[in-house]
Design a protein around this ligand. Sequence first.
Ligand code: SF4
Length: 393
Amino acid sequence: MEKTTKENRKYIGFFGRTNVGKSTIVNALTGQEVSIVSQEKGTTTDVVKKNMELFGYGAVVIVDTAGLDDNTTLGEKRIKASLHALTQMDLAVLVVSENTFSEIESSFIEKCKKYDIPVVVVYNKSDITPANKEIKEKVSLELGNHSAESMLLLSNIISETLKAKEGERKTPLQNIVKKGDVILLVTPIDSSAPQGRLILPQVQLIRDVLDKDCVCVVVKETELEMVLNEKKIKPDLVVTDSKVFEMVDKIVPKEIKMTSFSVVLARMKGAFDEYIKGTPYLDKLKDGDRVLMLESCTHQPTCEDIGRVKLPMWISKYTGKNLEFSAVSGLSEIETPLTDFAMIIQCGGCVATSQQIRNRLLPALENNVPVSNYGLVIAYIHGIFNRATEIFK
Ligand code: SF4
């Protein structure tokens, strides 16, 4: 599925057999003709998506998919596309009707569990065929019409489910700082810095420091020594941009905890525990090994230079091996099996959700292919991996 991921915009996919009324619900919910609706089976043949403001929640993308029960050759391709789209969802709405709930629905719910995606089951067309007792136990909502009131009920269930899921999510500094701690952020302002503002990871961290009732001190690397030695500021934690990691590592006394923005964000997004385990595999790479750089951008990555030029160069220099690097952008299906690679290195995923990154890495994780992340690899090859990850152990 071509994807135009926007930061923090959640993806909500509507799934179910053909003709259960997915598109009718999607159109009623979004208030616009997103999907073609007809009584003819299989009218939605491709994945269709629409941005909307979900009442009580905020910006989301609503995704309508082809039926899960089309057994023609073309239908099988569409089912594959729908199931691939599932891996990119933050929430799935499974639409059922006519008291039909069998293997297709059960195995869909199993897939959602595997990808850790919450499912809301909606029973549609209850005005024509009322839900029986067995179905009633499985569904969150019965729809007999698609009035504004019904859609409001559906919006509320989706919003609450999304919020409950978010409640489980980590914030950047969760469990590593406590109220009153002084957090010092080192943010170089060089020619690559945007004019007149800070970049998103820096802003996210400042906000998290304030949310946790801590004290935030922000400096450029050029003022770091002065702040520590002359101003006598004693930080509990230093978080630095990876670009100046080595310099900051030398300046900040060893007894002060230190990490980088990219390591903090890697913990928030993706498969952090597996990154920690997988990163030392850099030392085991051999001549001829294939290394995959996974970028989450669909547009030209703003950090293309890092993933395609600098990191391959640094890794080759560090390992002294003749490695073969490939890069894949976006969130669409990766054609080469992930097991063909000796190691996979995921970008920071600034425009992807944690769920999307994790689900994309799942085939590698299931087959024990070592995975890491740009920030952790940078820390490792610069000899500061242990210090940068110590606070998370
Ligand atoms: S970190 Fe990943 S998602 Fe962010 S700009 Fe770079 S390639 Fe794109």
